[in-house]
Design a protein around this ligand. Structure first.
Ligand code: TRP
Length: 457
């Protein structure tokens, strides 16, 4: 019996770490981080991003996991139950709701981008990219974007696999794949960094990422950094609370949160260090947008010996990483529908996935037929944003940070200090007090100032 319980705890802790890191590490690190760093001016963005992780995102991540473990339910219910137990309004459950909706909206375009990675995977292993050059790489990518049918099909295949996994409730199996996939992804990225250091313009890349030009710190850059931090850590969607419910009581939450944040940030920085030296070597534009890795990396794979195998492996791992993230985007809505309406999981997964795919077609079209269509272009904040850019902006830069702000206020001001210190097993004082200060004061003020500037700018 004792053996069984030890085993249970181990698998509980590991299952949580696999699921959480699997959710966090994905397109956000390898596709989004480099491209947003590029469009946001480099070093200034990276600095704010890291500050934002440490001062805002990490404290909120700790709070979100703690609420999940305390509530022992899915996100919406955990927020409600913890609020109830603390004698607070049940309206706090809407924080959980906001997250569920944000995750669903995020998946509509996430799956389209994952489709690009699948398309590049097949092209790479079929040898279609071996002769690619500086002058043909971007046109090739643009040809993919110009083809709504191809995009919709890949988007559909990716969504289909996500639905299949969530429908059968076999996330566990995929999440275990994180054990070998994550080290492999890490290794391949590290190799790419070395390759870039030797063959690329490494100093230019490092300088772009880490030389801070303080005059470049604008509201726009700060908002982009806040959004990237929430996106990358899968924060404020309720998924970390949901996974937290499975975490055994004796596991230290702050330590787990630090590990998740370090792993996530490590992957993003490696991706940046692999890509930017190549960007400068090939005279590409760092600010070229969402296509950045798809235009840049195939050039390296075409140049190196064994690039077909190596590139194929890279895109395969990228698709894998995207999959462990996408299931965490579909799971919240499916488990909610299953819990509350008694509807069958499989059917709910299919219905939600299908609706998500359909809405995602607007993202597909925003790269071709509706390229020049800017739905909210009359507002300064949304100027020039296509449907894709608008969805991403609304979810990542507004909904997730607003959710984060509410989590900070809830955990910081409405949940008892005692409850928290017990849940976090943090009795020694100093670190706990620092965390609470960040949660109660620093994070809310930072987020409110950002929103204030957004609204008034
Ligand atoms: N963090 C994932 C990535 O970087 C994306 C993701 C998965 C996510 N689940 C989320 C983002 C929940 C926000 C909320 O690719």
């Amino acid at each position: 019996m004792a053996g069984a319980s030890v085993h249970g705890h181990w698998s509980g802790r590991l299952a949580f770490m696999f699921a959480a890191i699997g959710s966090a590490v994905g397109l956000g690190n390898i596709w989004r981080f480099p491209y947003v760093t590029g469009t946001s001016g480099g070093g200034a963005f990276v600095l704010i991003y890291i500050a934002c992780l440490a001062l805002v995102a990490l404290p909120i991540l700790i709070a979100e996991i703690a609420i999940g473990r305390k509530g022992q339910r899915s996100a919406v219910n955990s927020f409600r139950d913890v609020a109830k137990a603390e004698g607070r309004s049940e309206l706090w459950r809407y924080v959980g709701w906001l997250g569920v909706i944000a995750a669903f909206m995020l998946l509509t375009f996430y799956s389209v981008i994952a489709g690009w990675a699948m398309s590049y995977f097949t092209d790479t292993v079929m040898g279609n990219l071996t002769a690619i050059s500086e002058s043909t790489s971007a046109p090739r990518f643009n040809a993919l974007l110009a083809d709504p049918l191809r995009l919709a099909i890949w988007h559909g295949i990716f969504m289909g696999i996500t639905v299949f996994i969530v429908a059968r409730g076999i996330q566990g199996g995929l999440e275990k794949a994180v054990t070998f996939m994550m080290p492999a992804l890490f290794a391949i990225l590290a190799f790419l960094v070395v390759y870039s250091a030797i063959n690329g313009d490494f100093m230019a890349g490092v300088k772009f990422m880490f030389a801070v030009d303080f005059s470049k710190i604008t509201t726009k850059v700060v908002i982009a950094a806040v959004g990237q931090a929430f996106f990358s850590l899968s924060l404020a969607s309720g998924i970390m609370a949901t996974y937290g419910a499975y975490l055994p009581r004796d596991v230290n939450i702050p330590r787990a949160a630090v590990i998740i944040t370090l792993a996530d940030t490590g992957v993003a920085l490696l991706a940046g260090l692999a890509i930017f030296p190549l960007v400068f070597l090939h005279g590409l534009a760092p600010a070229s947008g969402p296509g950045l890795i798809f235009v840049t990396l195939p050039l390296a794979f075409a140049d190196m010996t064994g690039g077909m195998i190596f590139g194929g492996l890279f895109f395969l791992l990228l698709v894998f990483a995207a999959m462990t993230s996408s299931i965490s985007l579909l799971e919240p809505i499916v488990s909610y529908l299953e819990e509350h309406h008694g509807w069958k999981r499989a059917r709910m997964a299919m219905v939600s996935g299908f609706i998500c795919w359909t809405i995602g077609l607007t993202t597909v079209l925003s790269f071709n037929v509706l390229k020049g269509y800017n739905p909210l272009g009359m507002f300064a904040q949304f100027q020039g944003k296509t449907i894709f850019a608008l969805t991403d902006y609304t979810v990542s830069n507004i909904m997730l940070p607003v959710g984060g702000l509410l989590i900070a206020i809830f955990a910081g001001w409405f949940v008892g200090k005692k409850t928290l210190s017990v849940e976090l097993d943090w009795h020694d004082g100093v670190l706990f007090e620092i965390w609470r200060l960040l949660l109660r004061v620093v994070a809310p003020i930072a987020l409110i100032v950002v929103f204030y500037n957004l609204i008034t700018s």
